[in-house]
Design a binder for this molecule. Structure first.
Ligand code: ADP
Ligand code: MG
Length: 699
């Protein structure tokens, strides 16, 4: 194909296509729905459906599908043909407004956390006109929300849209109070940077653990790791570069604004970042990105690993969630402007966000908790499980001046001294970056770094949007009714109170150190290390009040999600345990025995030839492997028993806790023995590739 501008969005039923193809009044009605979330009449839907069908067929589509995001964290789709048979034996292509607006997938096999007994298997999908339809693999994809027969949300999009509405309501109200009468819509914006690994597909296929669980459950470290720091931003290898190029083209056609690509810290790890978009579109696009990444990888004979911790001892992958708020008048509410200390509007939204993170840190932690991400959070390269906020030196000073009621002196522009006159002068940022903070202010947005690479970012943004909406609501209540003359002093008074109250969440030091763990405990901040640790918070009164108060989740929906998250966790660890047992019993042990046999035979032959030969090396290795095999027998039995016991526990939380405290611990001990022995066994004896082969083989 052609230039980027021609390619971009060529498979998307976007605003430009709608303007061209829809009757004027229909176009206006759809725009109104998209912009204000207003209801869409059936005759409008019929007209849109007709135009969509024509356009889709012209672009080679034969089917349509309602595309939704059930609680599996993946996307789901069921395809229907446009075709409709005629009495004379021919077919016509049909697609009605009703089919566009509502779908009825047989949804009994999606996780519902007990919401939907099987006799109420009906689920509905409802068109989300705010996220554009697109064509992929010969089908027209219609983004939809997914709910039960009884109306409860069964997906991640419905609550995300509800949270955006709540935030819009409270942010608009605050803007009215602050004297911005033109602001009638505020939307959350998100840019999610996506990290991933690429490894050779043939090697991938030989690893049952990667195939079935997404991460390696065994594997001694390679002799080279990431200590040389030679991969980050390094030159892209030709094969990887070709992959990235293809990936970009595929995503551009789908209207996903990917912009940045580079190598990441770990060997074979890379990152891709899009330009930010409205929250629900960004979430849809991130789901699409993950899917296309895997598909394109396959074509290039790669496997794309999205797991949060595919290799032990090597950096894991996350999904930095850049978040801000944008008004209909084009203001970024987290833009400090040139004079942050005077920018009341900015300070209000900054403090609302800081307060939200402090008051709901546990729910933010929960929003990123999965069996996979638990291996990453708290590792020495990932943000710790303790939630804190970094705002940088300048804003720290600004907040201090408000707290103390003193004047803030701006540092003024400083220019960097680069020592070479050919280099253009560049202004220095007023603060350095902090890469260890889980929630960092980065100039004109916050970057939440805890989300895992494989999960949907919907949940993190549902929590963030709702928590900020709640803080804004509390703030508005204190400011409402003040006259214009009183307002500035009232806001400054409120900000001061909030700074004092939420100071404890602000932290600018190194979040990876043990000192911070101690300090955070003193400050009363939570350090919730695993999903089972944090789940009880989800059904706490505080959580229920927050979400029901803003109409995000009903109590029933909260409890259903509680069950689903716990079940997903236990199932993930269960599958890992079974996979590991199988790999050790069948694959590893056969290699171990074969090598011991070869060594013994070799030593015996040597003795025949040289009766006095010491066979020191052989004896030492055989001895070590024999010791390992004794330990393996015991550890495998224990893992097997504990896994069975976990399965028999009736309560979902207790089950998950048992998996965490016992099964994962057994797996770690088993792994230690296997990995130590693996280091003694030559590569050819094991039927699966080593860390060294997987991480350093791409040329
Ligand atoms: P870095 O994290 O290295 O500072 P960038 O400045 O390129 O990188 O931004 C990273 C991500 O933040 C990009 O996806 C970008 O689109 C997104 N971003 C920038 N501005 C906003 C905003 N106002 N709201 C949400 N995301 C934003
Ligand atoms: Mg970043």
């Amino acid at each position: 194909m052609s230039t980027v501008t021609e390619m971009y969005g060529s498979l998307v039923f976007n605003d430009r296509v709608m303007r061209e193809r829809l009757p004027k009044d229909v176009y206006k009605a759809v725009r109104k729905t998209i912009q204000n979330g207003s209801h869409l009449e059936l005759n409008v839907a019929n007209s849109v459906a007709a135009a969509m069908k024509e356009w889709a067929i012209e672009h080679g589509a034969t089917h349509f599908t309602h595309w939704f995001q059930p609680m599996t964290g993946l996307t789901a789709e069921k395809h229907d043909g446009f075709l409709s048979p005629e009495p004379d034996g021919s077919v016509i292509m049909e697609f009605s407004g009703k089919e566009l607006v509502k779908g009825e997938p047989d949804a009994s096999s999606f996780p519902s956390g007990g919401l939907r007994a099987t006799f109420e298997a009906r689920g509905y999908t409802a068109w989300d006109p705010s996220s554009p339809a697109f064509i992929k693999d010969g089908s027209l994809y219609i983004p939809t929300a997914f709910c039960a027969y009884t109306g409860e949300a069964l997906d991640k999009k419905t609550p995300l849209l509800r949270s955006m509405e709540a935030l819009n309501r409270e942010a608009v109200k605050m803007m009215q109070i602050l004297g911005y009468p033109d602001v009638n819509r505020v939307l959350a914006t998100i840019g999610s940077e996506q990290e991933y690994f690429l490894i050779d597909k043939d090697l991938y296929k030989k690893r049952k653990d990667l195939l079935l669980t997404g991460r390696t459950l065994l594997g001694a470290p390679a002799s080279k790791g990431q200590e040389m720091e030679d991969h980050y931003f390094g030159v892209l290898k030709p094969k990887v570069s070709a992959y990235m190029h293809d990936l970009e083209e595929e995503l551009w056609k789908l209207g996903v604004p990917v912009k940045t690509k580079h190598n990441e810290v770990a060997p074979s790890q890379h990152e891709l970042a899009p330009v930010f978009e409205t929250a629900n579109i960004a979430v849809d696009h991130n789901q699409l990105t993950m899917e296309v990444m895997k598909k394109v990888a396959d074509k290039h004979n790669f496997a794309c690993l999205l797991h949060e911790k595919p290799f032990e001892g090597v950096n894991g992958s996350g999904k930095h969630n850049n978040w801000s708020l944008q008004t209909n008048t084009g203001i970024n509410l987290l833009d400090p402007g040139k004079h942050p200390a005077q920018n009341i509007r900015f300070l209000v939204f900054l403090l609302a966000t800081i307060a939200a993170v402090d008051d709901y840190a546990d729910l933010l932690r929960l929003s990123v908790a999965t069996a996979g991400n638990d291996h990453r959070l708290g590792g020495n390269e990932a943000p710790p499980a303790i939630v804190s906020v970094f705002i940088g030196d300048e804003l720290t000073e600004v907040l201090k001046s408000i707290e103390e009621g003193t004047a803030f002196h701006e540092a003024g522009k400083t220019y960097m001294e680069m020592g070479a006159s050919v280099l253009a002068d560049i202004t220095k940022d007023t603060t350095d970056r902090n890469r260890t903070s889980p929630f960092a202010f980065t100039g004109n947005k916050f970057e939440f770094r805890m989300p895992g690479s494989s999960a949907s970012v919907a949940t993190a943004n549902i929590v963030l949007n709702t928590a900020v909406a709640e803080e804004l609501k509390k703030m508005s209540e204190k400011l409402e009714g003040k006259t214009v003359g009183e307002m500035e002093a009232a806001v400054r008074g409120l900000l001061k109170e909030m700074i004092i109250e939420h100071n404890r969440i602000l932290f600018g030091g190194d979040g990876y150190t043990e000192e911070w763990v101690q300090e955070a405990a003193k400050r009363g901040l939570d350090n919730l290390k695993s999903l089972p640790d944090v789940m009880p918070r989800w059904i706490s009164d505080k959580c229920i009040e927050l979400f029901t108060g803003h109409g995000i989740f009903t109590k029933v929906e909260i409890f259903s999600r509680y069950e689903i998250l716990l079940e997903n966790y236990s199932k993930a660890v269960h599958i890992e345990s079974l996979t590991m047992q199988e790999m050790v019993r069948k694959d590893f042990v056969s290699g171990l025995i074969a090598y011991m046999k070869a060594l013994s035979e070799e030593a015996a032959l040597k003795k025949q030839l040289l009766p006095d030969a010491a066979c020191a090396m052989e004896s030492k290795v055989i001895g070590a492997l024999d010791e390992a095999s004794c330990k393996l027998v015991t550890l495998l039995d224990r893992l097997d028993q504990d896994t069975r016991e976990a399965e028999s526990i009736p309560d979902a939380l207790e089950t998950a806790k048992f998996y965490e405290a016992n099964v994962l611990k057994d797996m770690a001990e088993l792994r230690a023995v296997v990995d130590e022995a693996e280091a003694l066994i030559p590569e050819g004896y094991l039927p699966y590739p080593t860390y060294g082969e997987m991480l350093f083989s791409l040329r």
